[in-house]
Design a protein around this ligand. Structure first.
Ligand code: GLA
Length: 310
């Protein structure tokens, strides 16, 4: 795309959300099911066709992503200005939010699934880590009021209503990390090679995703909580992607008022934890976790949501 020679260079503004993964961790790159939701924290990009790619941002590292995505989409260079409510390294999929925001600015005409795939390929190129498709997919196609049940093998997906009186509380462990500096790739290889502990996590987590979706539909909150706990223990003991600081935070959250359950979220190795909290108890929950930065998140639409048929 971009401007033809002589045509006025048109600026655009686009945004895409971060995500919380309710359950289904470290199974997307193995073709398993996941249940994330897009959240009301966005990355916003202003773009203007230019002679070369450039990025102005509070957050560093965007240029490699922009170039890689430009190549994937066959887009002409742009000067980009980025602002973001999705901080990097906290487990809320900041790079997916950035890539999907740029994609939807450059190519609003694309099918959301194609956009997500292009963003995933760009991420592989830009950061050298073979991430799964979950983050890009939900940032593109998530829908307000819903979680997205996605089969990462077939890309078949459906929306599962998410209760209005539940809040996704994201607790920041303060431990920042770039995926390329973590054993993410190593865990992937171990799981692919069939290492027993890793497989035990993958198989039990896949079962939990289906049970969680069923419990959401049935309104069984006790079950939602116990599945989150079981997911955390499996990520801690079998997949070994937690840290003592994160484990301590998860255990504090488990006993806080209004909390159904909590677990490490995203790739792990630090980052954040997710706690599902009854909306009416949020203030007391936050109070009980004094000193821990908490982001209270609600579901949101993905960047390509309005372009899909309900
Ligand atoms: C990161 C990756 C995702 C997924 C999660 C773990 O967020 O980008 O593809 O693998 O880790 O579930």
């Amino acid at each position: 795309m971009g401007s033809a020679e002589g045509a006025p260079a048109r600026p655009w503004t686009a945004r895409a959300p971060g995500r919380v993964n309710l359950i289904g961790e470290h199974v997307d790159y193995l073709g398993g099911p996941v249940l994330p939701a897009a959240i009301d924290r966005f990355t916003t990009v202003r773009g203007l066709p230019a002679g070369a790619w450039s990025v102005e941002s509070e957050v560093s590292g965007g240029l490699a992503y922009a170039r890689a995505l430009g190549e994937e989409l066959g887009a002409a260079p742009h000067a980009l200005r980025i602002t973001s409510e999705v901080p990097p390294g906290v487990g809320l999929a900041s790079s997916a939010a950035l890539l999907v925001a740029i994609a939807s600015g450059l190519r609003p005409d694309l099918d959301g699934v194609e956009a997500a795939r292009a963003c995933q390929r760009a991420e592989h190129r830009a950061c050298g880590v073979r991430v799964g498709i979950m983050d890009q997919f939900v940032s593109a196609l998530g829908r307000r009021g819903h979680a997205l049940l996605l089969d990462c093998g077939s890309l078949e997906h459906r929306f599962v209503p998410f209760p209005e009186d539940l809040v996704m509380a994201v607790l920041d462990s303060g431990v920042r990390r770039r995926l390329s500096e973590t054993p993410y790739e190593q865990r992937r290889r171990e799981a692919e090679a069939g290492m027993p502990k890793r497989r035990r996590h993958v198989e039990s987590e896949i079962a939990r995703v289906h049970e969680f979706a069923a419990a959401l539909a049935a309104g069984d909150r006790t079950r939602l909580g116990s599945l989150l706990r079981a997911s955390h223990l499996s990520l801690r003991d079998d997949f070994e992607v937690s840290t003592p600081v994160v484990d301590g935070l998860v255990e504090r959250a488990w006993t806080a008022p209004g909390c159904l359950g909590a677990r490490i979220v995203g790739a792990g190795f630090g980052g954040s934890i997710l706690a599902l909290v009854e909306a009416e108890a949020c203030d007391r929950f936050v109070e009980a976790l004094a000193g821990v930065p908490v982001r209270l998140c609600r579901t949101a639409d993905g960047a390509y949501a309005s372009r899909t048929v309900p």
